[in-house]
Every structure is written in C-alpha cells, then in structure tokens.
Design a protein around this ligand. Structure first.
Ligand code: IFM
Length: 453
C-alpha cells in the first residue's frame, strides 16, 4: 500500500466538548445549563446518565494534557461552558470559570499544543432558556456578550476560534426532532433557533476578531452526504430536500447565499414558515450571518440513503433496504468517499478558502481485553479510510489545513449517555482510569510520520 504524506504544517488534532468531558457541573460557581436540566429530567437519556461527572476533566485536565502530549497532538479542540463563565448567561462573570480555561490554555501552549476553542457546543445557560432560549433573538445578543468576555480574556493566547458547533443540532435536533436539550418538537421553533444561532455567529465574528488580533475565526457545520439508490426524479428531489434541510440551510447563508429558495418554499408549503415575510428575519441579518470568516470547520461522519416519502409529502424518507454499508455502533454507515466529495464541494462550489475537519471519528464499544489493551481495529480502519480521502482532496487542490479526530476520550454522548464510545482513549467511568486504545497508538504514528499508510 502507498504511503500518503501530508503537508508539513498540517494540523493533527483531537476534539472534545465541555459538557461531554468536564463534569463538575456545580463546581466553583458554574451555573446550570440546559444539558444539566435535560439530563436530570427522567427519560431523556437512554441509560439515565448525566454529565455531572463525565470524564472529570475539570479536575484531571493536567493528566489529560499529558495524554495529548503522549499522542503527539499538534492541536486540541475543546469548548467553553458558557454557564461556567457567565452563570446567568449575561451579566456577572464567574472569575473561577475564566481562570479554569485560562490555565488550560496556558498549559496547552506550554506543551506545544495549539488550542482551537469552540465557544458554543450546546450547553446554553438554563437562565437564558427560561427566557425562551435560541428561538428568541435576545439569545444571539447574549452570545455576543459571552463571546466578548471570553475573547477579551483568552484572545491574546488563543488564535483559533470556532463560534458555534453544528447549528443543525442546535436548531433542528434540539427544537424540532427533540432528541437534544431543550427537547422541543416544533418546526417553527427549530427554524427560528437555527436563524438565531447563525446570527449569533455572524454578530460575534467581528467582536472576536477585534479582541483577538491575528486570530482565525470560523464556524463548524455538520454535513451528511445525501444519496439515493434509485435515481428517479422523485427520489432525487427527496435527496435535494434532505441536503437543503441538513446542509444548505446553514452553508448557504454563511457563504452569502441567503436561505435556499427551494427550502423556503418547501417550509412555506408545509406551514412551517409564514407565507410572506419570514418573521424572525430582520433587515441586515443575512449580511451579518455572512460575516467574513477565515475557515470552515467540517464535521463529517456518515451518509443518508433516501427515497421519496410514499405519502407524497415532498419530504425525504430513509431507505434502510439500500443502506447496506458496514456501520459504526451509532448505526451510521461508513462512507469515506463522502468526505472527499464534501470537501471538493465546499471548496470548488462554495469557494471556502480554508477548511479544517473539526470532527471525524467512530463509535465502537471495544474495551480492554485480557491483556489489558483495547484492540479497536475497526476505529483504525475507519480513520485510515477517511484520512486517505482527506489526502485525495488535498491532492485535488482543496485547502484542507487540519484534521481533528472525534474524540480524544470516550465521553458522554448526549442522548445516548455513556453507551457509545468515540474515544482514542478508553475511559473507565468508575475509576476514571484512561487507557490508550490501539487507535491512539496508530494515530500517534500517523502524526509522527505526518503520513498514512
Ligand atoms: O459527540 C458528538 C459531538 O458532540 C458533536 N458531533 C458529533 C459527535 C458524535 O455524535
């Protein structure tokens, strides 16, 4: 097999998020988040678990940086818990929260690991939820206040900022599908929340730039490759609607194309949007959302195989019969080619000037065997196949600058609790012992050689 070399300055990293690893949900003045509230509500999380302790990273961050060093990571992507910094979402600042992240950043820099900081990875302060949460415009303004506070304090040392992680999840998964906090089932709220989270991004971008001179600012979107087994015109239309719902609804406005007209019409027809002016869009919003960014963060895991809905709704239906590729434990089909196609589309169609894969990885349950080691061969195969596609995209001229594996540690997988394991590092949640999986050793070699074989 050939060895594929990556550019010398390629950024190899791993990613986590605050709620999924930190624990310490009430420690040192932290306020309650919507995920604290959601997980403490019976029936919301598959195994009844919470992120109250998670990986106890809040107390073990020094050990975790040592793990990153042992892996040879060049960069680490983590998120800041908004209610740790502003317990009520706005107003009084919790200095202990700022100090925690400040120490983390200093230690990363001392270890030669570049921090990539995500400002919002879903843990909205519950106090803001009480005032209506993301479906309310005021939440976007509150985000700007928070972004201002944190970038004024860390902006001298952090030079890579991601405003929002996965607006689709914030908008639709949380407010329309209801699987994530706050668990609503309301299309209109989903659309309004999606708009306000994009607005929060657009308003915050220039503030971050002002507070953090020379920094790169971007947003992370999650993408799913949409496809059909039988390309009839109905099925292709269903694929286009899915792509509009999942991918274009966020990508188009961020890159100055407004919301996609076909989707606006589809949502109007379905009664999810008003027939004329869209009430939550105020003059100037679309220009704000299209704020200048330096890079796009790409989260990619899988594809969706679709067909036209038999009832003729115009919305897509899953086609499980034709979704025949091997799957990860999440039930997600493994489709590395989709990453290549996506990167090409983003650069050549949307003219995105710089890309980072901010998440890619796989959940497999493999744990320690009799030898005490974790032989997670399937994760290595998954990552190798995706790294090769990333390399092919680079060879085709895509300006891909880095790759963050999701995740550094096994952690709290939202509504799935601790039943899914995405980590390069195994975590025993009883003892908090960490064990390098085989994939971690393999990844260490990829980074050291800057190449994948
Ligand atoms: O764990 C999540 C992460 O928080 C956001 N992106 C997808 C991951 C796997 O589901």
């Amino acid at each position: 097999m050939t060895t594929l070399h990556f550019p010398t300055d390629f950024v190899w990293g791993a990613a986590t998020s605050a709620y999924q690893i930190e624990g310490a949900w009430q420690t040192d003045g932290k306020g309650e988040s919507i995920w604290d509230r959601f997980t403490h509500t019976p029936g919301k999380i598959i195994d009844g678990s919470t992120g109250d302790v998670a990986c106890d990273h809040y107390h073990r961050w020094q050990d975790d940086i040592a793990l990153m060093q042992a892996l040879g990571l060049r960069a680490y992507r983590f998120s800041i818990a908004w209610p740790r910094v502003l317990p009520q979402g706005v107003g009084a600042v919790n200095q202990s929260g700022i100090d925690f992240y400040s120490r983390l950043v200093d230690a990363l820099l001392a270890a030669g690991i570049t921090p990539f900081v995500t400002l919002y990875h879903w843990d909205l302060p519950q106090a803001l939820q009480e005032r209506g949460g993301w479906p309310q415009r005021a939440t976007a303004a509150a985000f700007v206040e928070y972004a201002d506070v944190i970038t004024r304090t860390l902006g001298d040392r952090v030079k890579h900022w991601i405003t929002i992680n996965e607006p689709w999840c914030v908008g639709f998964l949380s407010h329309q599908i209801g699987e994530h906090a706050p668990g609503w089932h309301d299309w209109r709220a989903g659309l309004a929340a999606s708009h306000h989270v994009l607005l929060a991004h657009g308003w915050a971008a220039p503030v971050i730039r002002r507070n953090s001179p020379g920094a790169e600012v971007g947003i992370t979107l999650n993408f799913t490759a949409a496809t059909t087994a039988t390309p009839t015109s109905e099925n292709l239309a269903a694929v286009r609607v899915y792509d509009g719902y999942f991918n274009r609804w966020f990508l188009d406005p961020v890159y100055g194309r407004h919301y996609p007209a076909d989707m606006v019409e589809a949502y109007r027809k379905a009664g999810f949007l008003p027939a004329h002016a869209i009430d939550f869009i105020v003059e100037g919003d679309m220009e704000a959302i299209a704020a200048h960014t330096d890079f796009l963060g790409v989260n990619y895991y899988t594809r969706a195989v679709l067909k036209a809905d038999a009832a003729g709704s115009g919305f897509p239906a899953d086609d499980p019969e034709h979704a025949t590729l091997p799957r990860t434990d999440m039930g997600w089909e493994i489709y590395p080619q989709g990453l290549y196609d996506l990167l090409g589309r983003l650069h050549f169609e949307y003219r995105v000037p710089k890309l980072y894969i901010t998440e890619n990885g796989a959940s497999f349950a493999d744990g320690p065997g009799a030898d005490g080691m974790v032989h997670d061969t399937r994760r290595i195969d998954y990552l190798r196949a995706h790294f090769r596609q990333a390399h092919a995209a680079l060879a085709a001229g895509v300006p891909l600058a880095g790759y963050f594996v999701w995740s550094l540690l096994d952690n709290f997988e939202w509504a799935k609790g601790y039943t899914e394991r995405f980590g390069l590092v195994w975590v025993d949640y009883t003892t908090q012992q960490r064990i390098f999986k085989d994939s971690a050793r393999w990844y260490r070699q990829v980074i050291a050689e800057n190449a994948v074989t």
